[in-house]
Write a protein that binds this ligand. Structure first.
Ligand SMILES: Cc1ncc(COP(=O)(O)O)c(C=O)c1O
Length: 469
């Protein structure tokens, strides 16, 4: 295939995937030259070819636009695996998150739980204690892999679930995000293929973009989670290096994979010698009786890097996370030395102090109960105020609800209209490189439910009704 044909093919795939919708302006010839690295002649040849096929139209003085869609009788089935050679999502995520950080905005788009749910007084007491007792040497003692006592405390929590993790295999990081990013970097080279879920936590897409990795987005279902048949197909077709996914309280969909599915997932990846990077930041926020196991519990071949943190269940601002990295622990420490050096020493020491008070589990029990109650209240308000065309996908963990508007509506438009009323939501396009999730949005239900929140849901309902007209 010639270069211009390859570019034309890529653009057709992007249009079919919904990256570019009918009426969208395509990158100009000049922009395409810069982003593709191809010559002006090649790019303009590709655009002319698409124009002659009726896929795009040229508008004088304005540029090239995606042609209106021909009416097809039967919609194509949704792709179960979507390949994406270059991920470009950071700008969109940054814009949504920035807009929702205004203090006057109700942060239903936020990924963090309401900070009032955390034991701030006790944590402050631990910090004060550390400031009195920390020695000069403690700064050095807490370099990678991180504070020894903290690693032991984390290893004991794995042991309570019957998962053998040595404190020596744990690396303390600046939140789960650093754990995940370092894990991905440790097992890939730029240009490698990595499996993610579709939809997935946007941090995974940003990491792929930053490390110049290629994405294979495997379909995930709101109830059952990742499609293992599609995963098997992706593993059989592409030379995959790693798979980054969530097995408990997935962000944004909220499902927890069944034990049977976790076991099959681990077996499937092991058969293809593919590393699993397991993002388990919401593992403490289950609503049932027992804490669900991570997929790592089924791993017998040291192929799973299990990443988590205290950010969602105790204190986001300390920025303390970890990875149970097994044989990759050494490489991860080397990468950490080259980037952030270590996570903050006083914060590690304060956590050790807090955990030694043995109040953590009582706090977690209270937190889970409050989150479940608040999710229920948000759900009831949505039932009251949202038109019946909106589907609310309920789940029994964490603090997100996944909402589905009628297929012809765009949640990004709802997000823009809602922001004008000082309400933020997280539109579906943040969680995927394909356009398939446009009618969906994620809603954070962790905030204390009062008049303001109730009236905001009422306003959202009214805005959806206006869009439906
Ligand atoms: C699914 C998921 N993974 C990882 C992170 C990052 O966690 P941390 O704040 O511990 O870095 C987040 C934060 O929003 C998240 O939602």
């Amino acid at each position: 295939m010639k270069k211009y044909q390859r570019l034309a093919q890529q653009l057709i795939e992007q249009i079919d995937l919904g990256v570019w919708q009918p009426g969208d302006r395509l990158p100009s010839l000049r922009e395409q030259v810069v982003s593709s690295g191809m010559s002006f002649m090649t790019v303009s040849h590709a655009y002319q070819m698409l124009e002659s096929q009726g896929r795009i139209v040229a508008r004088p003085q304005s540029g090239y636009y995606v042609a209106p869609r021909a009416v097809s009788k039967k919609p194509a089935p949704p792709a179960r695996v979507i390949s994406d050679e270059s991920v470009d999502i950071n700008t969109c995520i940054f814009e949504v998150l920035q807009a929702s950080r205004e203090p006057s905005v109700l942060p239903f788009a936020s990924a963090f739980p309401d900070p009032h749910l955390f034991p701030l007084r006790q944590l402050n007491r631990s910090l004060a204690q550390v400031s009195k007792t920390a020695s000069a040497m403690s700064v050095i003692e807490n370099l990678p892999p991180g504070n020894r006592e903290l690693r032991h405390a984390i290893a004991r929590r794995y042991a309570l679930q019957g998962i053998p993790v040595s404190p020596d295999d744990i690396v303390i990081t600046a939140g789960a995000l650093e754990a995940l990013n370092l894990s991905l970097q440790a097992v890939t080279e730029p240009g490698d293929w990595v499996i993610v879920e579709n939809p997935c936590f946007y941090g995974a897409l940003q990491a792929l973009e930053r490390l110049r990795l290629k994405a294979l987005a495997v379909a995930s279902d709101v109830k059952d989670g990742i499609d293992l048949d599609a995963l098997a197909q992706a593993l059989a077709t592409w030379p995959v290096k790693a798979c980054w996914l969530m097995t408990n309280s997935q962000n944004p969909l909220g499902f927890t994979l069944s034990a049977e599915k976790k076991a099959r997932l681990v077996a499937l990846l092991a058969a293809h010698n593919v590393v699993l990077i397991e993002d388990d930041v919401y593992s403490e926020l289950y609503f049932g009786r027992e804490k669900p196991l991570p997929a790592k519990a089924w791993d017998r071949t040291d192929m799973t890097l299990h990443c988590s943190s205290f950010s969602k269940c105790l204190v986001p601002g300390f920025r303390i996370g970890w990875v149970a990295a097994g044989k990759h622990a050494r490489r991860i420490q080397q990468l950490q030395l080259m980037s952030t050096l270590s996570s903050s020493s006083p914060m590690q020491l304060a956590l050790v102090d807090y955990l030694s008070t043995r109040r953590y589990d009582a706090h977690l029990r209270r937190l889970r109960r409050q989150l479940a109650e608040r999710k229920q209240l948000a759900w009831q308000a949505m039932l009251r105020y949202f038109p019946s065309e909106v589907k609310i996908h309920h789940n029994d963990s964490g603090y997100f609800l996944w909402l589905e508007l009628p297929a012809h509506l765009d949640a990004s438009e709802l997000s823009e209209r809602a922001l004008a009323h000082h309400i933020s939501i997280a539109p579906g396009k943040m969680f995927s490189t394909s356009g398939a999730w446009r009618p969906f949005f994620r809603f954070n239900t962790s905030w204390g439910w009062g008049e303001k929140e109730d009236s905001a849901v009422h306003t959202l309902g009214d805005l959806i009704r206006q869009m439906l007209k």
